[in-house]
Design a protein around this ligand. Structure first.
Ligand SMILES: Cc1cc2nc3c(=O)[nH]c(=O)nc-3n(C[C@H](O)[C@H](O)[C@H](O)COP(=O)(O)OP(=O)(O)OC[C@H]3O[C@@H](n4cnc5c(N)ncnc54)[C@H](O)[C@@H]3O)c2cc1C
Length: 355
């Protein structure tokens, strides 16, 4: 194994994007995962690429770039399994909101033209023409394949048990069931397992699993043309006879789908999959070097399907150029005062502290 490798723990959509962007820029990379690419939370995602609307907080500017960054990724990886259907959002009974960036307020007639099989189009809906959706496993696999094609080593079916440090405290590699893999930089992109792995270096990364359910239905072809978000569900058509929904209850969702669309009485539930989304304590991404552990870099976030292309690019740039990315300034671990397991705060980290 090359000592100079950046070791990426996790071949979910985040780790895959980091690996793709590092490898295509010529950096030596090794990706380690217990499973096949994209088989963690990524496989259970609704995978809405949502960049529109008024947003605040550190992730807002990252989100506003999401659609453009996916378009760039599509040009790098032709045939990437992404669809650009636009999204329609409404809440029945609410007064119409002011449209935010990338959104347009539509009346019932225009909604009906976009979704002709809606029985009762809402009085208003927010239309985000630039929104889309990913086949999350397909996108992850393409990025891992690209990383491999650019020289990355992809070590699957290897579970990392701890991050190793040398006598000076610098990252030296990772321990796996199949032996040690050495590397002076470790990118921790292990989703909900990130906290446990960070703890092996004495660092507290405040991220926990937030359960959410993805339902799959069999339904008629062409039932839905866009991505619909309302008080009942997030819903989209993924193939001729398949729909997926992110929602709370199978029965309520099924009933809502059947009554909302014409000729939908035969829609049937095929599966329900509960996954734990990696949710940082304040809901915002945690991305950046860990000042207390030189060589350790964390990349964990909710809405990672939306953010993966922009985050992967910025993380690779920080690691390769050793210069902090302005867009990630609000995402650092050191905003939490108890980042060190012992309760003491960490000092500000910067990418140029990385090897
Ligand atoms: C129902 C649902 C709907 C969602 N909808 C959306 C949406 O519409 N838009 C959106 O942007 N996001 C959405 N999300 C969230 C999104 O799916 C996640 O944020 C994203 O998949 C997280 O990706 P990840 O790469 O961080 O984690 P993961 O996909 O979990 O990847 C982490 C990887 O690390 C590996 N790993 C873990 N521990 C170890 C170890 N010890 N050694 C080696 N490898 C290890 C795992 O095997 C896994 O492959 C949704 C999630 C759910 C569940």
């Amino acid at each position: 194994m090359r000592d100079s490798d950046v070791l990426v723990i996790g071949a979910g959509i985040v780790g895959a994007s980091v690996a793709h962007h590092l490898a295509t820029a010529g950096a030596p990379v090794t990706v380690v995962d217990t499973e096949a690419p994209g088989r963690g939370v990524t496989a259970g995602s609704f995978a809405w690429i949502g960049s529109s609307g008024v947003r605040t907080g550190p992730a807002a500017s990252l989100r506003s770039l999401a659609a453009a960054e996916y378009r760039r990724l599509e040009s790098e990886l032709p045939g990437l399994p992404v669809t650009w259907s636009g999204s329609l959002s409404w809440r029945t009974g609410d007064a119409p909101p002011v449209a935010g960036p990338g959104q347009q307020l539509l009346d019932a007639e225009t909604v009906a033209a976009l979704e002709p099989r809606l029985r009762q189009p809402p009085e208003w809906a927010l239309w985000a023409a630039e929104d889309g959706a990913a086949n999350p496993v397909g996108v992850t696999e393409r990025m891992i394949d690209s990383a491999r094609d650019h020289g990355a080593r992809i070590e699957l079916e290897r579970s990392v048990s701890a991050i190793q440090r040398d006598a000076s405290g610098h990252v030296a590699g990772v321990e796996t069931g199949g032996g040690t893999i050495s590397g002076r930089t470790v990118v921790l992109a292990a989703g909900v397992a990130t906290a446990g792995l960070a703890a092996t270096t004495g660092i507290n990364v405040p991220v926990a699993a937030s359960p959410a359910t993805l339902f799959q239905f069999r339904g008629p072809a062409g039932l839905i043309r866009t991505l619909i978000n309302n008080e009942n569900f997030d819903l989209r058509q993924v193939s001729e006879d398949r729909l997926i929904a992110a929602a709370d209850s199978a029965d309520r969702t099924l009933a809502a789908v059947r009554r909302s669309f014409t000729d939908a009485g035969g829609v049937e539930l095929l599966s329900a999959q509960v996954s734990g989304r990696p949710m940082p304590a304040d809901g915002e991404p945690i991305i950046g070097p860990v000042a207390e552990v030189p060589g350790l870099y964390v990349a964990v976030m909710y809405a990672a399907v939306t953010l993966a292309p922009v985050v992967g690019r910025l993380v690779a740039e920080e690691l390769i150029m050793g210069r902090p990315a302005e867009l990630l300034a609000g995402c650092r671990l050191d905003r939490f005062s108890d980042a060190r397991a012992g309760g003491r705060g960490v000092s500000a980290g910067s990418a140029d502290q990385q090897s």
